[in-house]
Ligand binder design. Sequence first.
Ligand code: C2E
Ligand code: MG
Ligand code: MG
Ligand code: MG
Length: 293
Amino acid sequence: RVKARGRDGIALHVPEEQVVAVDHLRLLGELRRGIQEGQLRLHYQPLVHLDGRASTAVEALVRWQHPERGLLPPGVFIEAAERSGLVHALGRWVLDAALAQVAVWDRTEGLGRVQVSVNLSTRQLTDPSLPADVGTALRRHGVDPGQLVLEVTETALMVDPDAARTTLLALRELGVGIAVDDFGTGYASLTYLQQFPVDELKIDRSFVAGLGRSDADDAIVASCVQLAHGLGLSAVAEGVEGAGQLEALRRLGCDYVQGYHLGRPMPPEDLVAWVADRAGLLQRLGASPAPAP
Ligand code: C2E
Ligand code: MG
Ligand code: MG
Ligand code: MG
């Protein structure tokens, strides 16, 4: 039980579940309005190929510019949105905003073709109309399907594996890429994994964090990279925060890295400057920049 302030300042005893339930309802009401009123934002975090190639890939990460509470991370509202079904509206907004942004970047000087990864919720993955909606959104913005990757978690795949497989096959048919996010933290058996049309495994940052410090994490990350390559998929390491982890990942043959060490999630207008700082990136990658001509 927690103490809540009564109207006239008298402390009342209210069961904690009730306080949580009221907060939850208020959050959902505010989020519904927030989506309608344009309070959602996308930040973009770069994915970097370890061979230093210059192509640009980013992951779209949703934020909520709350009128009183400021910029909120998805951890505060995604789960509530998922449980309430509001995540359908949120997911549609995210997909549309990310593709609109890619279309803008395609016309921006100094940026080549940008590939964007978008996170899908469990409910979106089991929604039979998802592939058609994705196709419509791609056409609306004139974005090539090869520029879109959809990220699904292992856990989401396992809620209804048959439905997930049907949806993913239809998405693959469109030419969209599929990534398994937070790989290693869910319960997908390897048998299942090879039945899903997947292009990329994103190794969860909880394992990447221990690289070079924990033999167990070294072994887990090494097996994930091997598994990815054995199945013909790319391996991406999430949450790379330092040069030591990067070195270990290079040794293990990981393909892509993502994390604060390479670049934080940023508002879209900052991407041009991030891409332009090629020398800075190569330095963080531990490669020496090409000598000036
Ligand atoms: P995720 O898809 O695994 O995204 C990676 C998260 O790790 C992001 O948190 C990112 O900011 C954070 N991160 C990146 N590099 C580092 C690092 O070096 N160190 C640490 N400690 N963290 C790092 P964020 O933006 O708070 O998103 C959290 C989760 O919310 C995402 O995890 C994803 O599952 C979910 N999410 C984000 N955007 C969306 C969305 O548009 N739709 C849905 N359904 N889920 C989303
Ligand atoms: Mg993700
Ligand atoms: Mg992840
Ligand atoms: Mg995650």
